[in-house]
Design a protein around this ligand. Structure first.
Ligand SMILES: Cc1ncc(COP(=O)(O)O)c(C=O)c1O
Length: 422
């Protein structure tokens, strides 16, 4: 018994072939609520995107009709749960165009996916004197695991510099990619600045030296088509909750030849073939890396989210978000005293900014009273804040359900912030 699928996507497209965001909004029950007596404007999708009814229904359906442990049972429920869980893995495979479901490992999120690689690959491969190359715009999830892996192995973590607009300094990157580099681990899209990195070129450059590349795709996967075969990346990590799915589920894609050679990083049920008191033999991919009962309903919810994005059309969503980004950038740039932080030529729908003389937390708090949810702080990317000499920024981020009316409310909210601090 499978969950009801959403209907065909034509209702989401207007006469010009553009996304009908007003129609999309109607699929997201939470967006109908009020905050502080005002209709909610949700501009924090880069932290966690809201979930469409299709995702909520899929999770509810699993819990109501299929719930049982996977992989172990002979009874019908366990087999149906296993079919749904493995079906979700196939949906993920198709979504990112991996060669095989053996390359799709379910994790708790991007953070756990990167920790898996840092522990398992890093534990086996890194030696004293080696270098792991990241950039100055990484999320802490793509910094701290490498610091830990370097501390354990004696390797060194090096970070490529940025340009003033928040792009990767390509010469700086090339200068650091050297004979000691054992891995390049970089964001596909920066969560703090919105910068889209030229990852295909960076991967080609690293591969020319025989260096594998991990991409932190947490912010890319909701905004653009990701094809791991076309990118030719070695690892790709992302989180369900940033792509309209639930929290507590994410994915590590790994090239099969690399994963096959990596040791398990957590031990327990499901990741073994045999266990005696003396020793164990390990399961095949991907189960070798999935110790313990997985987040079954999370995987099913994630698959429903990916199906939903396909229904809207990923290119159509990306084009819609680019229009919002362009409009918001133009309007915020005109706002008195506002500075945009991160003005790369290629950006995803994330805008960081500061307002002269007003702390970002005050901006966020006043906007919240107006029913507008944005994020303020260091965005778990303290090195990029330091790079800009800032402690914090305010950040508005857009998803498939945002509209120009949300930008109107943001600009009006910022005018209110100015009034309060006048
Ligand atoms: C670029 C980037 N990487 C990693 C993460 C961590 O994701 P999670 O907390 O879902 O593991 C985030 C979350 O904000 C992110 O934006």
């Amino acid at each position: 018994m499978s969950a009801p699928k959403p209907r065909a996507g034509s209702e989401y497209v207007d006469a010009q072939g553009l996304l009908r965001a007003e129609r999309v909004r109607a699929d997201f029950p939470l967006l109908g609520r009020e905050v502080h007596g005002r209709p909610l404007v949700y501009l924090d999708s880069a932290a966690s995107a809201q979930q469409p009814r299709a995702v909520l229904d899929a999770i509810q359906h699993y819990a109501t009709h299929l719930h049982a442990n996977v992989h172990r049972g002979v009874h019908a429920l366990s087999q149906e749960a296993t079919t749904a869980f493995e079906g979700a893995r196939e949906t993920v495979r198709r979504f990112i165009n991996a060669r095989s479901t053996r390359e799709i490992i379910f994790t708790r999120g991007t953070t756990e996916a990167i920790n898996l690689v840092a522990n398992s690959w890093g534990g086996g491969q890194l030696r004293a004197g080696d270098e792991v190359l990241i950039t100055h715009l990484e999320h802490h999830a793509n910094i701290v695991p490498w610091q830990m892996a370097c501390a354990a192995s004696g390797a060194r973590l090096v970070a490529a510099p940025l340009t003033p607009s928040g792009e990767l300094d390509r010469d700086g990157f090339s200068a650091l990619l050297g004979p000691r580099t054992r891995l390049v681990a970089i964001a596909h899209v920066s969560n703090a600045l919105g910068t889209v990195l030229p990852v295909a070129e960076l991967i080609a450059q690293a591969h020319a030296r025989g260096v594998p590349v991990l991409l932190d795709g947490a912010q890319a996967i909701p905004h653009q088509v990701v094809d791991v075969r076309e990118l030719d990346c070695d690892f790709y990590a992302f989180s369900g909750h940033k792509v309209y799915g639930p929290t507590g589920i994410g994915v590590l894609y790994g090239r099969e030849s690399l994963l096959a050679a990596m040791p398990p990083w957590q031990g327990g049920g499901d990741m073994i073939l045999t266990v005696s008191i003396e020793r164990s033999t390990y399961n095949e991919l991907p189960y070798k890396f999935e110790a313990g009962t997985p987040n079954i309903s999370g995987a099913i919810g994630l698959a429903a989210a990916l199906d939903y994005l396909e229904l809207l059309g990923r290119e159509r969503v990306a084009a819609h978000e680019q229009r919002l980004l362009d409009e918001a950038t133009r309007r915020l740039a005109e706002f008195p005293g506002l500075s945009l932080i991160g003005t790369a030529a290629d950006k995803a729908a994330v805008i960081s900014f500061t307002l002269a003389g007003i702390h970002p937390h005050d901006i966020g708090t006043i906007l919240d009273r107006e029913g507008i949810a944005i994020r303020t702080g260091h965005h778990c990317a303290m090195p990029v804040m330091t790079w800009y000499g800032l402690a914090a920024t305010a950040r508005a981020s857009f998803g498939c359900y945002n509209t120009s009316a949300d930008i109107d409310r943001l600009v009006a909210g910022l005018a209110r912030v100015r009034e309060v601090f006048a």
